[in-house]
Design a protein around this ligand. Structure first.
Ligand code: GLP
Length: 251
């Protein structure tokens, strides 16, 4: 497990974007699964800035949307696809035909989920999984209690997420109660994982997920078992673990 701790939110965003850039530099046709949320929003802003500075090429990147709300199409600005498009895909030279997303309006979402999982395998698997950390330890829409062998599937959206996204959808009632997400097993099969967390409100979960027992009660704890995990934190999110990190982790 590699740790990076930056002193400010700006430095955190910059460093996180640089890490993603390096992956694309190593493999121009990287298959990358992208999370949405307030954490990654700042990172994608930096990534777009790095692109505008030149030298970063997304044209061969194969992008996968990590999760999606049922019934939220690209026309809904709150959908994960719409946010990723606005925050990242439209800001860089992404090839639209290489953006993989869930047809969340489909009548049979289970079929959509199965086809998504199959497609990931057929294309050769995810090279890099970009993850945010839910305050309750969720990753994607994999809420506490999700078995580690879960693959891409239809799930109930957790209470915490409903609460957190109420403003975005307009009200609590308007947040879809179901969604589709890459499964824990699918995420763990990625060659490389970046876990990004910033802010004091993530500090307890960073400690529990990465220093506590590996348990389905805290989905992110499974990441301890991944052979190539990089955790990027800002000072506040690292508040409860700093003393336990290797010295060179802290910038
Ligand atoms: C959301 C999403 C995740 C995201 C996480 C953290 O509910 N389903 O993909 O990474 O929660 O969100 P945030 O970065 O806003 O804290």
């Amino acid at each position: 497990m590699k740790w990076i701790v930056e002193q400010s939110t700006e430095a955190f965003n910059r460093r996180s974007a640089q890490e993603i850039t390096e992956q694309i530099g190593r493999k121009a046709d990287s298959r990358i699964s992208f999370a949405t949320g307030s954490t990654t929003k700042g990172i994608y802003r930096e990534l777009a800035a790095l692109y505008r500075q030149g030298g970063l090429d997304f044209s061969r990147v194969e992008a996968f949307v990590l999760d999606e709300y049922q019934g939220a199409s690209q026309a809904n600005p709150a959908s994960c696809l719409a946010r990723l498009t606005a925050q990242l895909f439209d800001q860089v030279n992404m090839d639209a035909s290489r953006i993989h997303f869930f047809d969340s309006m489909a009548a049979d979402l289970h079929q959509v989920a199965e086809a998504y999982e199959r497609n990931i395998r057929a294309l050769g698997g995810i090279d890099l999984q970009v993850l945010g950390l839910g305050a309750n330890g969720h990753i994607g829409f994999n809420e506490p209690g999700t078995p580690f062998h879960a693959v891409t599937r239809v799930v109930d959206v957790g209470e915490e997420t409903i609460e957190a996204r109420a403003d975005m959808f307009g009200s609590r009632e308007l947040v879809p109660r179901q969604g589709i997400t890459l499964g824990i097993k699918t995420i763990m099969q990625s060659r490389k994982i970046f876990l990004f967390a910033n802010g004091e409100h993530k500090a307890t979960m960073v400690e529990q997920a990465l220093f506590g027992p590996v348990t389905p009660d805290i989905p992110a704890s499974v990441l301890q078992l991944h052979p190539d995990l990089t955790v990027v934190l800002d000072r506040d999110a690292a508040g409860k673990v700093r003393d336990r990190l290797p010295e060179d982790a802290v910038e």
